[in-house]
Write a protein that binds this ligand. Structure first.
Ligand code: PRX
Length: 649
C-alpha cells in the first residue's frame, strides 16, 4: 500500500472517551439535517448560557433576490459572559491561559478569575474612552494576553472588534480602520517574533496619516517591549487607562444577531471584505466544533498555534476554547526560534494534549529533518489538527509520525473566514483517516459538488464545493456591503453558499479539497487576492501592467509568481525587480512578498482584452504540455516569449 492509500483507524485511546463515536456521528448527523431547527436549538440551549433562551432556530434564506442569514433571533446572551463569568463557579482557579513568550524565559499563566478581573478593567477602560454598544474597535496586536482580553472586553460591552493581523502594513491597516469606522485602535509599542522587534505603534502612526483615518480619536497602547514610541495627543497607555478601573463590569445583554466582530479577508476582486459574524450562532458553532472536533475534556491542555489576527485565532484561540472553559497555550513566537525544536519543547513544558497548527508550519519543520524533535518527547499529545490549506500526504505522515509519535489522529479541518468554524473534518473517536482528506461534514453541514453549469454531481466526483442550507456559524454579511456578500457567495449558483474551493468526493464519500478555483492565492495558509497584489504593483511608476498567479511551493503550499509589463522606456533590471518586491511588501505586508517576478513584454489576452490566467498559471508551474488552446489569444506569440524567459524558482 502506498502512503496515498493509507488508512488510519480510530485509535483505542481516542475512542475510549470521545464525545462522539461513529454511531453517535451517524445518528446525530442525520438528525442535524432532517430536523435542523430542533437540533440546533437544543445545542444552543445546552452549550451556551443565555439571558433569554431562544425559541427561534434558523430564519436563513438564499433566494437570489433575498439573502438573509439569521439564527436564534429571539435569544439574548453575552459572549464574554459565556467565555469567562460562567466558569467562575467551578473553574475560577483553573488556568485559562498559559502564555509563552517569544523568549522561552518569558511566560505567565492566568486563571479564569484573573482573566475576569483583567477583562472587566479593560472593558471599563474602553468605556472611559467613549466606546459603547455597536461601536467598532480595531486591534493591531502581538500575540499577548491583552489581544484576547481586548477582544473579550469589546464583547463584554457590546462593541464590535476588528482584529487586523500584526503582519499587515500601515496601508492595509489604514484601509481596514477606515472601512470599519473604528474610533479607537488598540495596539502595542512593538511585537516580538523570532527575536525581532516589529514596530506596531509606528505602523499605526503611519496608518493614521492616510486619508479617512481622522475618525480615530484614541490609540490605546500596551507596553510590550518597552521600545521607544512617539506619543501623539490621541495616544494613551493601556496601564494608565485600564489599571485604575474597577474590576466590576456587568456584561451587556446582546441579541443573538447583534454583531460580535468584523474580520477582513481577501477575495478574488477588489479590496478585502469585512466579514461580519454575530453573537449567538457564531459562539455556539465555535464552542461546539471546538469541543467535539478536538475532543476537549476538562483536563486537556490545548494549543492552537495560529495568530488571533486570523479566523482560526478568533474561533479556536479565543471563542471556542474559552466558551468551553478549556486551558489554552498562547504562543507569541515562531516555530523556528530559538531553535526548530521549539514546538516540541512548548508541548512538553505545558503538557499539551491537543495541537492545532498549519501544513506550512509542519512542512517548514519537516524540511529540517526528524532530529529537530529530539529535544522533546511530546508524549502528552493525543490529538493533532491541521488548518488553512490542503495538507499533502508527505507532510501529513511526518506530522503523524514525528510530532505525534505515530499515536495521535490528525484532524484535517476544512473551513473559511466566512464559515466561522470548521465544516468538513474527521472526529477523533469516529473517523477513519485518509491522509490528505478532510473526510466528512460536521453536524448540520451539507456539502455538495456542482459542475460549472450548476448541476449537482453525485457519487464519486470532482467539482465546485457548495454548502446547502445555513449553519449557525455562517457570516451574516460583508460590513456595509450586503450586495457584495450576495454577489460573491450566492450569485454563482442558486440557493446554495459557494465556497470558492474545488473538491473531490471519493468512493467512501470522503471530501478532498483541491484548492481555490478563483483568483485567490493561499500562501502559507494566508489568503491573498491576486487583484490586491496587482493593484499594488500598477501603482508603481515603472509598471504598466501586472498579472499575479500562484505556483506550487514546497513549504508555503503556493508561492507568488508575478508577470510585469513595464512602461515604455523603463529598463528591466535586477535592481528594479528588488524594488518591486520591496514595494509589495511595504504596501500589503511581508506575507505578500513576491517569490518570482518575470518581465513580460506582453500578457496573453483574449481578443476582448481579458488576461488568460490559466496560461500564466501553467507557465509558472512549468506545465508546458497542458497550455491548451491558445488560438483565441489576440497575440499567440506572447506565450512563446513568456515560456522562453520564465524564471527559475
Ligand atoms: O481554500 C481553502 C483553504 O483556505 C481557504 C479559507 O481561508 P481563510 O478564510 O483564510 O481561512 C483559513 C482558516 C480556516 C479555503 O477556502 N483551506 C482551509 N482549510 C483547508 C483548506 N484547504 C484544504 N484543506 C483544509 N483543511
Amino acid at each position: 500500500m502506498t502512503e496515498h492509500e493509507a488508512r488510519y483507524p480510530v485509535p483505542e485511546h481516542a475512542s475510549a472517551r470521545a464525545w462522539v463515536d461513529e454511531e453517535t456521528y451517524r445518528s446525530r448527523y442525520a438528525q442535524s439535517v432532517e430536523d435542523a431547527d430542533a437540533f440546533w436549538l437544543e445545542e444552543a440551549r445546552s452549550r451556551l448560557t443565555w439571558f433569554t433562551a431562544p425559541e427561534i432556530g434558523s430564519e436563513s434564506r438564499y433566494t437570489p433576490s433575498d439573502v438573509q442569514v439569521r439564527w436564534f433571533a429571539d435569544g439574548e446572551l453575552n459572549a464574554c459572559y459565556n467565555c469567562i463569568d460562567r466558569h467562575l463557579e467551578d473553574k475560577a482557579d483553573k488556568v485559562a491561559i498559559y502564555w509563552e513568550g517569544d523568549n522561552p524565559d518569558d511566560h505567565l499563566s492566568l486563571t479564569f478569575a484573573e482573566l475576569h478581573e483583567k477583562v472587566c478593567r479593560f472593558a471599563n477602560g474602553l468605556k472611559s474612552l467613549g466606546v459603547g454598544k455597536g461601536d467598532t474597535v480595531t486591534l493591531y496586536m502581538p500575540m499577548i494576553p491583552e489581544a484576547l482580553m481586548g477582544m473579550l472586553a469589546c464583547a463584554r460591552i457590546g462593541a464590535i472588534h476588528s482584529v487586523v493581523f500584526g503582519g499587515f502594513s500601515p496601508d492595509a491597516l489604514a484601509g481596514r480602520i477606515v472601512d470599519s469606522g473604528s474610533r479607537v485602535v488598540i495596539t502595542a509599542d512593538e511585537s516580538l517574533r523570532g527575536g525581532k522587534n516589529i514596530p506596531l505603534k509606528e505602523n499605526v502612526d503611519e496608518a493614521l496619516t492616510r486619508p479617512g483615518t481622522e475618525v480615530v480619536e484614541h490609540v490605546l497602547v500596551v507596553r510590550r517591549t518597552g521600545g521607544s514610541v512617539a506619543v501623539n495627543p490621541r495616544d494613551c497607555w493601556y496601564h494608565d487607562v485600564v489599571d485604575p478601573q474597577s474590576s466590576e463590569c456587568p456584561p451587556e445583554p446582546m441579541n443573538a444577531e447583534d454583531p460580535l466582530f468584523i474580520l477582513y479577508t481577501s477575495g478574488s476582486t477588489g479590496t478585502p471584505k469585512g466579514l461580519l459574524h454575530t453573537t449567538g450562532g457564531y459562539l455556539l458553532y465555535a464552542a461546539m466544533t471546538h469541543r467535539d472536533i478536538f475532543d476537549v475534556h476538562d483536563d486537556d491542555v490545548y494549543w492552537c498555534a495560529a495568530d488571533v489576527g486570523w479566523i482560526t485565532g478568533h474561533s479556536y484561540i479565543v471563542y471556542g476554547p474559552m466558551a468551553n472553559g478549556a486551558t489554552s497555550v498562547i504562543f507569541e513566537g515562531v516555530p523556528s526560534y530559538p531553535s526548530h525544536g521549539r514546538i516540541g519543547e512548548v508541548i512538553d513544558k505545558y503538557g499539551v494534549t491537543i495541537l492545532y497548527t498549519s501544513p506550512t508550519a509542519v512542512r517548514s519543520l519537516m524540511a529540517q529533518g526528524d532530529d529537530i524533535m529530539a529535544s522533546s518527547t511530546r508524549e502528552s499529545l493525543r490529538v493533532l489538527g491541521s488548518v488553512g490549506e490542503p495538507i499533502n500526504p508527505e507532510a501529513w505522515n511526518w506530522f503523524y509520525r514525528v510530532i505525534g509519535n505515530s499515536r495521535c489522529p490528525i484532524m484535517d479541518t476544512w473551513w473559511q473566514t466566512e464559515t466561522g468554524g470548521i465544516m468538513i473534518t474527521p472526529l477523533p473517536g469516529a473517523t477513519e483517516l485518509k491522509p490528505g482528506s478532510a473526510t466528512r461534514p460536521f453536524f448540520g453541514i451539507q456539502p455538495a459538488l456542482y459542475d460549472n453549469e450548476g448541476q449537482e454531481l453525485s457519487g464519486e466526483a470532482e467539482g465546485n464545493l457548495v454548502i446547502k442550507a445555513s449553519w449557525p456559524g455562517q457570516a451574516r454579511t460583508i460590513w456595509q456591503n450586503h450586495d457584495r456578500f450576495v454577489q460573491t457567495y450566492f450569485s454563482t449558483f442558486d440557493n446554495v453558499y459557494f465556497t470558492g474551493d474545488g473538491c473531490r468526493r471519493d468512493e467512501d464519500g470522503y471530501f478532498w479539497i483541491t484548492g481555490r478555483i478563483d483568483d485567490v492565492l493561499n500562501v502559507s495558509g494566508h489568503r491573498m487576492g491576486t487583484a490586491e497584489i496587482e493593484s499594488s504593483l500598477v501603482a508603481h511608476e515603472a509598471v504598466a501592467e501586472a498579472a499575479v498567479v500562484g505556483f506550487p511551493h514546497e513549504v508555503k503550499g503556493q508561492g507568488i509568481y508575478i508577470y510585469v509589463t513595464l512602461n515604455e522606456g523603463i529598463q528591466p533590471t535586477d535592481e528594479l525587480r528588488a524594488e518591486l518586491v520591496k514595494w509589495v511588501r511595504k504596501d500589503i505586508g511581508p506575507i505578500a512578498t513576491p517569490d518570482v517576478i518575470q518581465w513580460a513584454p506582453g500578457l496573453p489576452k483574449t481578443r476582448s482584452g481579458k488576461i488568460m490566467r490559466r496560461i500564466l498559471r501553467k507557465i509558472a508551474a512549468d506545465e508546458l504540455d497542458g497550455l491548451g488552446d491558445t488560438s483565441t489569444l489576440a497575440d499567440p506569440g506572447v506565450v512563446d516569449d513568456l515560456i522562453e524567459h520564465r524564471q527559475s524558482k
